[in-house]
Design a protein around this ligand. Structure first.
Ligand code: ADP
Length: 260
């Protein structure tokens, strides 16, 4: 009877160990898979504008006596592709910087009202160009321990998207609130919305709801993954609520005191 007890508990232990080993292996395999996917996505995204530039340049070189207007037209396209390439590179650099550990956090006591005001000030001309009303509503003054650069980047991306994926004469509302533990930033828009089946993927790197559509608006598909990383580095959370053709609201929750 005693022997049986021992052998049973022994059996359970080896089972536990092999289970957690299997889990670890699976996690490593998944990590490796997502790393490979990332690298192949990066290569693809970086190659696309270059391929276009090459095609445009080659087709000019192949013709003799090209009309000056045609040169101009092609050069405009080439400049656009270069612009796109540099956007992708910039976003990738932000992402790589954020991928480092928490020791890279540059935390200081920050007036969040001022931080948001200055992000809004920078984006106001872009909203104006699209005739979009951009309003800021603050329910209380908030001071919190944050990495100013990372938080500004995170919120900027949300507001830029709210402007980009909006309708003519639409609106974007940014609001700030807090309780004793967290502050909350809400970015709501009157835009095109996100289909329900896409909402799970929008935070993935390079994911775009409509590649053709986002290409026209110059997206890289990296903005929201940068935002999510930056918020998570603050031990915060981000959520999306959206309805197609009605609008989208992102809510961000960040602890007032930084937890390392
Ligand atoms: P992008 O560079 O394409 O804007 P993001 O990572 O910032 O990439 O966003 C991913 C996708 O999520 C976008 O391509 C867009 O389809 C969708 N999206 C993000 N924000 C909004 C929004 N406020 N309204 C509608 N769609 C949005």
């Amino acid at each position: 009877y005693m022997d049986e007890e021992i052998s049973i508990s022994g059996f359970y232990e080896t089972d536990l160990i092999s289970n957690s080993l299997n889990q670890m292996l699976l996690r490593m395999k998944n990590l490796e898979k997502s790393r490979q996917e990332f690298v192949s996505n990066v290569s693809h995204e970086l190659k696309t504008p270059l391929t276009s530039v090459k095609v445009l340049a080659d087709s000019l070189l192949m013709q003799e006596n090209v009309a000056p207007e045609l040169y101009r037209e092609f050069l405009v396209d080439i400049a656009e592709e270069i612009e796109r390439e540099s956007k992708i590179i910039n976003d990738l650099l932000s992402l790589v910087k954020l991928d480092k550990t928490a020791s890279d956090m540059n935390i200081s006591s920050t007036n969040i009202n001022d931080l948001l005001e200055s992000v809004l000030k920078r984006l106001r001309p872009i909203a104006k160009k699209r005739n979009i009303e951009l309003v800021f509503e603050s329910f209380r003054p908030v001071v919190a321990e944050v990495d100013e650069v990372k938080l500004s980047l995170a919120i900027s991306n949300l507001i830029e998207n709210a402007i980009k994926y909006n309708v003519e004469d639409g609106w974007v509302r940014v609001s700030l609130n807090a309780d004793h533990k967290y502050f909350y930033v809400k970015v709501a828009d009157s835009g095109i919305g996100i289909p329900e089946d896409a909402q799970d993927f929008i935070f993935d790197r390079f994911y775009r709801v409509d590649k053709a559509r986002s290409r026209g608006t110059g997206g890289t598909g990296l903005g929201l993954s940068i935002t999510k990383n930056a918020i998570h580095m603050h031990k915060g959370a981000i959520k999306v609520y959206s309805k197609e053709n009605e609008g989208t609201t992102f809510t961000v929750r960040v602890p007032l005191n930084y937890i390392a």
